[in-house]
Design a protein around this ligand. Structure first.
Ligand code: SDX
Length: 394
């Protein structure tokens, strides 16, 4: 009688999806990828190892991770003709718009890896995406600063290669700081998956129509861009900079959030699932401390973030609504320390989330009861009405 329908396999009338990839306990702030605690993975793995775990379900052995790393290395360059795409974008194009466009266009250059039903084609498309996303991302940054694109250097590991493509130029070799690569590695790991969030649900939805993996990931990038989702890391640093420019008056911005002044929210705070600390924020905050101390950096935004957290967490408005810092609250401070420009923050989120998107797309395709996702609705419009010709309408 409510119009709610019980959907078939994979969906029950609460709209839940069944998945074996990531476990969240929002009350206790628990996050596990394929059963492994995020704290263990962040402390002991590199991002490529975690990508393997999410996509294939187990931590790789020596032979498996060697083959996986080599497979990625074979595909780090993009087709030379794709470079001309970047000439068509305006200089100030947002890199998330470029990322979504160029990833979607991969399906025009790599038509031999488009069939979701062909295991070998899917395998190659997974390697191509994991390998090319950092290259596509770095090229969007080089475009924005008017510097020549740097080809991947496959003698470097995944994170070093990305930082090299971002900051090296033909005029000067860029020695990647191992501490930077280590910090980036940790950030990518904590962003790698998060069950049925907005962008992952988008990838599953688009993939359920048998759209190819490139098209599905391109759609996920679009969903991630929103400031209520992955775009929050960019919005959070912009907010911290505004507070800094405003004399560091964190109390004023806490009041604005409580009063909902012009819909203002503390970016990087709150979460639909976590009603406790986001375990990723705890990991990232520790890494912030360590990296800034190592670099002897005194980032005023980090201090403002810590003050904001302190003030907000003592305030009943936030406590009553279980609003805590989320993954986006501190990540921007680290990205700044790495020299990553703020417009690229959500792009880094996308690079981190890619293995999770791929894992969910593959899980959805391998489900024996796979069907196109077709949510139903509760109709709230007009009951049947008699048609009126134009001449009779007042
Ligand atoms: C990510 O889903 C995922 O897993 C996402 C993610 C992932 O890894 O994929 O974890 C990544 O998207 C993290 C969230 C990043 N977004 C932000 O930081 C943007 C700011 N936060 C929010 O807008 C908000 O907290 C959401 C979107 C994250 C969650 O919103 P909900 O669950 O829909 O909560 P709501 O909008 O219903 O708010 C409930 C109450 C409201 O107040 P009341 O109506 O009860 O008076 O809490 C208030 C809201 O106004 N509130 C906030 C707030 N977030 C919620 N008030 C001030 N600041 C905030 N940030």
């Amino acid at each position: 009688e409510t119009g709610l329908v019980t959907l078939d396999e994979g969906f029950v009338n609460t709209g839940s999806t069944r998945s074996a990839i990531t476990f969240l306990n929002g009350e206790e702030g628990v996050l596990r990828y394929r059963g492994y605690a995020i704290e263990e993975l962040a402390a002991n793995c590199d991002f490529v190892e975690v990508a393997y775990l999410l996509i294939y379900g187990d931590l790789p052995n020596e032979a498996q991770i060697k083959e996986f790393r080599e497979g990625i290395r074979d595909h780090t360059m993009i087709h030379e003709d794709m470079r001309s795409f970047y000439n068509g974008f305006p200089r100030d194009a947002h890199p998330m718009a470029i990322l979504s466009s160029v990833v979607g266009a991969l399906s025009t250059f790599y038509q031999d890896s488009m069939d979701p039903a062909d295991k070998e084609q899917v395998e190659i498309s997974i390697y191509r995406l994991l390998a090319k996303l950092p290259t596509i991302a770095a090229y969007s940054y080089k475009k924005s600063v008017g510097q020549p694109f740097m080809y991947p250097n496959n003698s470097l590991d995944y994170c070093e290669n990305f930082l090299h493509m971002m900051f090296a130029t033909p005029a000067n070799e860029h020695m990647v700081d191992p501490d930077f690569a280590e910090a980036l590695n940790l950030l990518l790991i904590v962003h790698a998956d998060h069950e049925q969030n907005c962008s992952t649900s988008t990838v599953r939805m688009v993939g359920s129509s048998n759209a190819n993996l490139f098209a599905s990931i391109s759609a996920g990038i679009g969903a991630l861009w929103g400031p209520l989702h992955g775009g929050a890391n960019e919005a959070c640093v912009n907010m911290l900079e505004q507070i800094a420019a405003d004399g560091g008056d964190v109390e004023k911005y806490v009041r604005m959030a409580k009063d909902k002044t012009d819909g203002f929210r503390l970016m990087g705070f709150g979460h639909r699932v976590y009603k406790n600390f986001d375990p990723r924020a705890t990991i990232i905050r520790k890494s912030c401390d360590k990296l800034l101390a190592k670099l002897n950096l005194d980032d005023p935004l980090f201090k403002i973030a810590q003050q904001l957290e302190q003030v907000a967490l003592e305030d009943d408005y936030f406590k009553d609504r279980n609003l805590y810092p989320n993954v986006d609250f501190y990540s921007g401070v680290i990205y700044r320390a790495l020299g990553i420009p703020v417009q690229m923050f959500t792009v880094l989120f996308a690079i981190g989330r890619l293995p999770g998107w791929i894992a969910h797309w593959s899980e959805m395709h391998s489900s024996p009861s796979k069907r196109i996702n077709r949510p139903r609705q509760i109709y709230t419009g007009s009951t049947e009405r008699e048609f009126k010709p134009l001449s009779d309408r007042n």
